[in-house]
Design a binder for this molecule. Sequence first.
Ligand SMILES: Cc1cc2nc3c(=O)[nH]c(=O)nc-3n(C[C@H](O)[C@H](O)[C@H](O)COP(=O)(O)OP(=O)(O)OC[C@H]3O[C@@H](n4cnc5c(N)ncnc54)[C@H](O)[C@@H]3O)c2cc1C
Length: 172
Amino acid sequence: MSADVSRTAGVNWGPEDVEALRRAVQGPVLEPGSEGYAAECATFNLNCGLRPALVVGAGGATDVRAAVRSAVRQGLPVAVKSAAHQIVASAEGGLLITTDRMKGISVDERGRTARVEAGVRWSEVLPRTAEFGLAPIVGSAPEVGSSATRWAAARARCWAAVSAMPPTMCGG
Ligand SMILES: Cc1cc2nc3c(=O)[nH]c(=O)nc-3n(C[C@H](O)[C@H](O)[C@H](O)COP(=O)(O)OP(=O)(O)OC[C@H]3O[C@@H](n4cnc5c(N)ncnc54)[C@H](O)[C@@H]3O)c2cc1C
C-alpha cells in the first residue's frame, strides 16, 4: 500500500520515506486503510479516536528512536499510545508510536526497584514484584500502562528518554 502521508499539510513525505522507516524498525509501520492499522490505533477510551497518518508499532527503544527521528526529519508531530485509557488528542496527520510490544521487566530486589519498558501494564508488573514482597503504588485499573501513569512518574527514579538527539539516560 502506498503512503498517504504526503497529503498531510506542510509535510513532504512520500512512499519511499515510509519504506525507509519500515526497513529501519522491527515493528510494523502502518498507513490508514492498511491491515492492522485500525487495531493498532484502537483505544480503550472510546471518547478518543486516533487518526494518525502513520503508526509505528515499536518493538523496542531503537524503533522509537528511528520513528522519532523520521518524524522530526519530515516535520510530523509525534504522539505515543500506551494502553489508551486516557489519550486525548487524535494524532491526526501525525506519527503515532504504540508501545504494546515493549514488554521488558526486571526487578532489583536489593534496590527495591523495577525497570519496565514503555508497553508494560501494571497487571504485568505486580506478579513480578510480588515475588520479592515488593508492591508498587498503582491505581485501581491494572490494565493501564505503568509508564503512562502520573503516580508512576512521581515514584520514578530514572527514565530513559528517547528523542531525535543521540540516546541519553536521565537519572534522578
Ligand atoms: C475517564 C477516566 C477514568 C479513569 N479511571 C481510572 C481508574 O478507575 N483507575 C485507574 O487506575 N486509573 C484511571 N484513570 C487514569 C489512567 O490510569 C491514566 O489516565 C493513565 O495515564 C492511563 O494509562 P494508559 O497506559 O492507558 O495511557 P495512554 O492513554 O496510552 O497515554 C496517556 C498519556 O501518556 C502519554 N504516554 C504514554 N506512554 C508514554 C511514553 N512511553 N512516553 C511519553 N508519553 C507517553 C500518551 O501520549 C498520553 O498523553 C482514568 C482516566 C480517565 C481519563
